[in-house]
Design a protein. Structure first.
Length: 76
């Protein structure tokens, strides 16, 4: 599984990245987590709300997410 957190480095983006790391560790998922902070690359995903969560190339969520929401998204 490839997970990207799209964001420009704001507090919300950093929080989402930390949450994703925590959930991946808790659920023992095999995943590569990356941060995408390049605005041009973020725009390729056609998102207007940051942070955004991308799983295997597909945008699955935008905005603030709780630990439970991230778990739900990653276990679908």
């Amino acid at each position: 599984m490839e997970i990207k957190v799209l964001g420009t480095g704001c507090a919300g983006c950093k929080t989402l990245y930390a949450t994703v790391e925590q959930v991946v560790k808790e659920l023992a998922l095999e995943a590569v987590i990356t941060k995408e902070e390049d605005l041009m690359k973020i725009m390729e995903y056609n998102v207007m709300t940051l942070p955004a969560l991308v799983v295997d190339g597909k945008v699955v969520a935008k905005g603030k997410l709780s630990v439970k929401e991230v778990k739900d998204l990653l276990t679908k």
